[in-house]
Design a protein around this ligand. Structure first.
Ligand code: ADP
Length: 283
């Protein structure tokens, strides 16, 4: 079998077209996203400028707030408070990682849940589990949209999530569970990774380790979702799955780049539009 390639770019594009229509229906309200960037980490700057460009392309107002590496936690928290109260801003995102002297938990909890478009606030994390109006983290939520777009039914399927980070692995499992999959979490202390992944109808690889998942790890016809963003020895972007060997055995697979990546930013736009709709009571 040669797997169907799940085209993240194409799915992201079609979702962005739908978002344009939703923005047009907002009756003059422009969705606004505030991005707080601290220090001059190169990767963070790249991510932030990608997010801003995506906003502009869609007609979302984006405001970049840059603060020096030396910023105090209290200055950062008061900036977040101002944004919480700013009616032109519907989404607030603080680009991680933060400098060591700033407590990440305090910063995440300072953003009001209604504007927490990253879905990292404990209220949103809790509501993902218990139900109620929430924002879900962008990467796993983007993966759910991809699976839906591909027509992959999750009911009763065995999904194995490799990785248990707060940003990807943990919420991924919860979202799959909501769609009635049977979920197994594997992580760095899992005794026999292969024994688990070989059982999976769907493998989500989110461990940040190049070539962690090979053809030997999956069963014939499995769906492989690759969240990895690693660099190989030549500096080329690559995922957690050994793409060529898995592709020969899987029924569907996401490439890196061009798979999960384009969906993540799209879901940030999605959450921002959703937030603007909630604030303006369109929804
Ligand atoms: P992400 O950006 O996907 O959230 P992180 O690098 O923050 O990635 O987290 C990596 C996750 O992968 C951690 O939860 C860790 O437990 C998990 N992990 C690390 N090594 C392995 C391994 N060998 N097998 C399975 N999971 C692993």
């Amino acid at each position: 079998m040669s797997a169907e390639i799940i085209d993240g770019k194409k799915i992201a594009q079609s979702m962005r077209e739908q978002l344009k229509e939703r923005i047009a229906n907002l009756q003059g309200v422009t969705p606004g996203l505030a991005v707080v960037l601290i220090g001059d980490n190169q990767a963070s700057q790249t991510y932030v400028s990608m997010k801003q460009k995506a906003c502009e392309n869609l007609g979302i107002y984006s405001r970049l707030i840059r603060m020096p590496e030396s910023v105090s936690e209290s200055d950062l928290l008061s900036t977040i408070n101002e944004l919480n109260e700013d009616s032109t801003i519907h989404g607030i995102l603080v680009q991680l990682p933060l400098p060591a002297h700033i407590d990440e938990t305090s910063v995440i909890e300072a953003i009001i849940p209604a504007k927490d478009v990253d879905g990292f606030h404990p209220i949103n994390v809790g509501r993902l589990q218990t139900g109620g109006e929430a924002f879900y983290p962008c990467t796993p939520n983007g993966i759910m949209k991809m699976l839906e777009y591909q027509g992959i039914d999750l009911t009763g399927k065995h999904a194995v999530v490799v990785g248990r980070s707060n940003i990807v692995g943990k919420p991924m499992g919860q979202l799959l569970l909501k769609e009635s999959a049977t979920v197994t979490y594997c992580h760095s202390k899992t005794a026999d990774l292969k024994a688990h992944t070989k059982q999976a109808d769907i493998v989500v690889a989110a461990a940040g380790i190049h070539n962690l998942i090979t053809a030997e790890h999956i069963k014939e016809g499995a769906v492989v979702i690759d969240v990895g963003m690693n660099r190989d020895s030549e500096g080329k972007l690559c995922g957690d799955a050994d793409y060529d060997s898995c592709k020969a055995k899987a029924s569907a697979i996401t490439p890196v780049p061009g798979g999960v990546g384009p969906m993540t930013i799209t879901m940030l736009l999605f959450n921002t539009v959703e937030s603007a709709e909630r604030f303006s009571k369109v929804k």
